[in-house]
Design a protein. Structure first.
Length: 89
């Protein structure tokens, strides 16, 4: 996982909305899907992009996938972005 993967994942509005929903706490895949008017395979692609970037993690509970937000990756990306404005030493 690199900073480029994080910013690529954040570049899509659906993925940003998924992160906003997960900010309130873990959700099942079906609960997340209910917020979007897109196909489940398309939503799965978005989930995979977010997982590849390390922004979310999935945990299987029975037949359900529970998604969790990984705030530390978001904080690291923001810190890296803010560092662009700092002079080099």
């Amino acid at each position: 996982m690199g900073i480029n993967a994080v910013f690529e994942a954040l570049s899509h509005p659906v993925r940003r909305e998924i992160l906003a929903l997960l900010k309130a706490g873990p959700l099942r895949a079906g609960e997340l899907a209910a917020h979007f008017d897109i196909s489940k395979p398309t939503l799965s692609v978005h989930f995979n992009k977010l997982k590849e970037a390390g922004l979310i993690a999935a945990e299987r509970q029975g037949t359900s996938l529970i998604y969790h937000l990984n705030m530390s990756i978001l904080e690291e990306a923001l810190s890296g972005l803010l560092a662009f404005g700092e002079p080099r030493k």
